[in-house]
Design a protein around this ligand. Structure first.
Ligand code: MN
Length: 322
């Protein structure tokens, strides 16, 4: 039986167990990795065995989250997932883990509970805020490196505290992390400002692909596998590219169409002015948050672009209330 519970129940379960495997979502970002490595550090500080399963590549940018944590050898007793909204988000890990997740800690608003015990707080801008609260409930020691991990999730899921999802609670958590010695300025710079050469080349290509629709209210850009190859870009270089199309003045919906494989495209929506990206993407089998959501579409690049523009244009003309 699945159920949603509160943090003290989660804390009790974690305290009573040992030998943890902590799962992140596919295409792991700063929030799922920050959550996982923070929880790993917290559990180890309590004398328990814990490892993080990265679920993809640990990018150069995120590698510091693992500093000082060598992989331990033990028989797994407890599986915890962090920032994983649905079994599909487990990607390649789904088959092995879908039915054996003991505890899920998440902050998405369309979470279909799949773990034995689930804690979800959709009001949290990042799942790392949940981990911070959990650490407090568990009365755990939050050292500098743990604070860095938690701050990384806050920072990356909020675009350096810029998104509308940021609450007073997010900022209070950030303040407490600064008190705990986290390297906020460095993390902000590395997560939000620093770009690799491959990244800048990708941005150059992406801007070349820009088209505007619906009185410039909709901006569309795309990336292809060939572009990634030409620029020498890896997953880490592609992180956050979806935000570019929303930066244009007057744009309500910024669309990024990313070629995953032949005729298979990942669509990312970033919206302004209260346009509900989650609702638009849900109508296409995807989901996410109000201002940031995604879905997958199949077809040629042109077909996929036409489809998503059509759906967004229809939304703006019929459902959207300014
Ligand atoms: Mn998240």
């Amino acid at each position: 039986m699945t159920m949603t519970t509160n943090l003290s129940d989660i804390a009790e379960v974690l305290k009573s167990r040992d030998n943890f495997e902590i799962l992140t979502h596919k295409y792991p970002d700063g929030d799922t990795l920050g959550s996982a490595y923070a929880l790993c550090r917290i559990l180890r500080s309590m004398g328990k065995n814990a490892n993080v399963i990265v679920n993809g590549t640990l990018s150069r940018k995120m590698a510091f989250l693992k500093d000082g944590l060598n992989d331990l050898d033990f028989d797994v007793q407890t599986v915890v997932s962090v920032d994983v909204a649905a079994p599909a988000q487990l990607g390649d890990l789904r088959e092995k883990y879908e039915n054996i997740v003991d505890v899920s800690i998440d902050h998405h608003d369309m979470n279909t509970p799949f773990a034995a015990l689930t804690y979800e707080d959709p009001s949290a801008a990042s799942n790392c805020e949940n981990i911070f609260k959990l650490a407090k409930v568990m009365d755990a020691n939050i050292d500098k490196l743990t604070a860095d991990c938690i701050y990384t999730g806050l920072c990356t899921d909020t675009g350096c505290m810029k998104y509308s999802s940021v609450t007073a609670d997010t900022l209070r958590t950030a303040a407490e992390l600064v008190d705990l010695g986290c390297d906020n300025a460095r993390i902000n710079r590395e997560m939000c400002d620093t770009k690799s050469v491959a990244r800048i080349k990708m941005e150059q290509q992406i801007l070349n692909s820009l088209t505007l629709h619906c009185d410039n209210k909709i901006a569309v850009v795309h990336t292809t596998m060939q572009m990634e190859k030409d620029c020498g870009a890896d997953d880490g270089d592609l992180d956050g590219l979806a935000n570019i199309s929303r930066q244009i003045e007057g744009v309500y919906i910024g669309i990024t169409v990313k070629e995953k494989s032949e005729k298979n495209f990942r669509i990312s929506l970033r919206t302004n002015h209260g346009v509900n990206a989650a609702e638009i993407c849900a109508s296409l089998g995807g989901g996410g948050h109000i201002a940031a959501a995604g879905c997958t579409l199949y077809g040629t690049l042109e077909e996929v672009k036409n489809k998503i523009v059509e759906v967004c244009e229809k939304y703006l003309n019929t459902e959207y209330v300014a």
